[in-house]
Structures are given as C-alpha cells and as structure tokens.
Design a binder for this molecule. Structure first.
Ligand code: SF4
Ligand code: SF4
Length: 157
C-alpha cells in the first residue's frame, strides 16, 4: 500500500522520538565498568606459599604460555605466564593440585611493551589493582534484570 507523503515524513520522525526517550544501555568505559562476574576468567594470580613447583600448570597449558622460573632465595621454580600467549582457558588453575593459582575478574591487561605482559613469579603473586589499571574509573555497574527490563545499579569506587 502506498503511503502518503505526510505519513512518510511523520513515521520516521515518531520513530526517532520514541528511541530518543530510551535510556542508553551502553556505559561510559573506562569511567564506568560493569562489575566482573564471579567466574570471569581474567588475570591469573599465584599463591607462592601454596605452590610446590610441580610444573603441572606449564605442562597442561595449551598455549605454551607458562614457563617455570627460579625465584631468588627459593629452592623451587614457580610459574611465569606470558599473557600475550594465554587464552585464559583456566586449565592451569584447574589442574593445580594445591589451588595455588586463581583468576581475578580483571581482563584489562595491555601494554606498549611486549615484555611487560610476561609476568614473572614475583609479579604473579600481586593481584591486579583495578584502580591502577583504570585511574579514571568512577563507578562500578551491577547489571540487574527485573520486570522493567535490564538496568544497572551504580556504585562509586
Ligand atoms: S589460562 Fe590456559 S592458556 Fe592461560 S596460562 Fe593457564 S593454561 Fe595457559
Ligand atoms: S600446578 Fe600449582 S603447584 Fe604446580 S607449579 Fe603450577 S602453580 Fe605450582
């Protein structure tokens, strides 16, 4: 059915107005960041005091991202991870017999220098600090789905 000229002008105009009234679902990263989910596979952290240097994590790694490295003053070797190779599969965490590895919900790992993304055992033991990675971060957003649809609960950091 052929639409009148007025209808062809008014309908798109009404559509634009309708969508202009919606709240945006996007967020202003890096000023706002969606809260990490509990099982997010992110930065791997080493609990050195639990590690027995068995090397199982390096053995299982499908990306050959783990090398066992010595640490000054210790007799064992400990895992170092090249995060440019790591695909965050989590196998190293799962296979560890001592639960010496865990994953943070932080995925913001980047650097201008390749070498900075190889974390030696000492650095592996320091959990990532979100505020250091994202100094502009002001709010963490928790997604909530209820009868009105999806919205975020905003918490200042
Ligand atoms: S998460 Fe997977 S790819 Fe990354 S270091 Fe562990 S085993 Fe290797
Ligand atoms: S598997 Fe666990 S205990 Fe074994 S070297 Fe890796 S982190 Fe250490």
């Amino acid at each position: 059915m052929k639409r009148s000229l007025i209808s062809r002008i008014l309908v798109p105009f009404a559509t634009v107005l309708k969508h202009a009234a919606y709240k945006p679902v996007t967020h202003k990263y890096p000023y706002e960041r969606i809260e990490g989910y509990p099982r997010t596979r992110g930065r791997i952290v080493l609990k050195m005091e639990e590690c027995i240097g068995c090397g199982a994590c390096g053995y299982i790694c499908p990306d050959e991202a783990i090398l066992m490295k010595p640490v000054e003053g210790k007799t064992l070797t400990y895992p170092a991870i090249d995060f440019l190779k790591c695909s965050f599969c989590g196998l190293c965490v799962e296979i560890c017999p001592r639960d010496a590895l865990y994953m943070q919900d932080i995925v913001e790992l980047s650097s201008d220098e390749y070498k900075d993304l190889t974390y030696y055992p000492e650095k592996m033991t320091e959990p990532e600090d979100l505020k250091e990675l994202l100094p502009e971060l002001k709010y963490v957003l928790k997604p909530v789905v209820d009868k009105d649809g999806m919205r975020y609960i905003k918490r200042r950091v």
